[in-house]
Design a protein around this ligand. Structure first.
Ligand SMILES: *Cc1c(COP(=O)(O)O)cnc(C)c1O
Length: 396
């Protein structure tokens, strides 16, 4: 009998993390600012900035915290309008609300990327932009940066799910003023929880460092120009969103694994995409030319299927052991903008809604062997066949 594919187990954490954690257990030194230097969180910041090619990094409790601090560090006034894609995780509009700003939703196309016509039309009404590279899909950053630079509008990259993705060979997260990443378990590097922001802007990172909870003179433990801090001492609130040394000890030994994970994830994704694209009912959107992806999941659109057939497909795949999420059909999905009712009056975004009603999401953890990937592809193709009464002869 065919095995039920396991798409939820994580890859084991490298053994070096255990030694680092043992050392922390013995010393009890869990707070990032206790040791005079070389705390695991500080070492992580230096290593991460070097890895990505940024001047500064600040490790925090989550990517949401990094987004919130980025907005705060930009010094946006209360009620400033911030443009975000309408296809993103609810944490993104939430971070805007948390920063006392107002999210403005931009249409997203059927390739999961920001619709540039709607983006350009709304840009003059906002003071900042967050680009969510949702599920690692990179929007047209050349066009976005050109439009924003011409107006002096700062861009925050939500690269939570894009660690290892490049654009014209440059790391995603280094294109805008700030880049924010997540170490939550479903991302490329897994610490359970955690986040980090990177930037080349010394003044911005100084403000973010203080607000993240570098109270009194703890900022002296960050390698940033001292003048930047002198200006802000005691003038900013302390939100205490720091990372613990324990998290850094789990993250650091995974950094050398990143390139391999990215390579495996891309190979796995492209293999499954090729198989799924053989079905006339499935379309896996192409990436944009300058992008090199780092996927740990696959998204595809159902083509020419009714809503009833779509439900049938999801049920058939589930009973064979593959969880497919159709963003717009699963109840209370946090990535469907109409569920962000905490925003109050929600605009209608017909293009994004149409995409969400047929866009499917399947996890493909990078460590899955080829056999499991083929299993998943078989199940998805057979389930489409069952939902459309079409024999699933192709590909198997
Ligand atoms: C996971 C994710 C977030 C939130 O990250 P946390 O670290 O859980 O706060 C934000 N945006 C995107 C695109 C994500 O994938």
């Amino acid at each position: 009998m065919r095995q039920v594919p396991d798409t939820h187990s994580a890859e084991p954490i490298p053994p070096a993390a255990r030694e680092a954690i043992d050392a922390l257990m013995r010393s009890g030194d869990l707070f990032r600012y206790t040791a005079p230097e070389n705390a695991p969180v500080s070492l992580l910041e230096a290593e991460f900035a070097a890895l990505l090619g940024a001047r500064f990094a600040l490790a925090v409790s989550s990517c949401s915290a990094a987004l919130f601090l980025s907005l705060k560090a930009l010094g946006l006034p209360r009620d400033a309008r911030v443009l975000i894609p309408a296809f993103t995780f609810a944490a993104v509009p939430s971070s805007v609300v948390h920063a006392e700003c107002v999210p403005v939703l931009c249409e997203v196309g059927e390739n999961y990327r920001v619709d540039m016509a709607d983006f350009a039309a709304k840009l003059d009404s906002v003071e900042a932009v967050i680009i969510s590279h949702m599920r690692g899909h990179t929007s047209d950053m050349d066009a976005i940066m050109a439009l924003c630079d011409a107006r002096g509008i700062p861009v925050i990259e939500d690269a939570a799910h894009s660690l290892g993705t490049t654009w014209h060979g440059r790391n995603i997260g280094t294109l805008g003023r700030v880049g924010c990443f997540s170490f939550q378990s479903y991302k490329m590097i897994n610490a359970g929880e955690g986040g980090i922001l990177i930037t080349d802007d010394a003044d911005l990172v100084a403000r973010a460092i203080i607000m993240s909870g570098a109270y009194e003179h703890n900022w002296k433990k960050h390698p940033v120009l001292r003048d930047a801090f002198a200006l802000w001492q005691n003038r900013l609130p302390l939100y205490n969103l720091r990372m613990s040394n324990l998290s850094a000890a789990v993250i650091r030994p995974q950094l050398p694994e990143l390139l391999r994970r990215v390579r495996d994830g891309r190979r796995n994704h492209d293999h499954v995409a090729d198989r799924l694209n053989q079905s006339p009912y499935i379309s896996v959107p192409e990436k944009l030319a300058p992008e090199q992806r780092a996927p740990d999941s696959i998204q595809f659109n159902l083509v020419g299927m009714t809503e009833e057939q779509t439900h049938h497909f999801v049920r058939a795949a589930a009973s064979a052991g593959v969880k497919v999420q159709v963003f717009g059909l699963s109840a209370d999905n946090a990535r469907a903008f109409w569920n962000w009712r905490f925003l109050g009056d929600l605009p209608e975004l017909p293009q994004t809604r149409a995409m969400l009603m047929r866009a499917c999401d399947v996890r493909l953890p990078v460590q899955l062997p080829r056999e499991t990937l083929d299993n998943i592809a078989d199940i998805l193709l057979e389930s489409v066949g069952a939902a459309t009464d079409m024999p699933a002869a192709y590909g198997t």
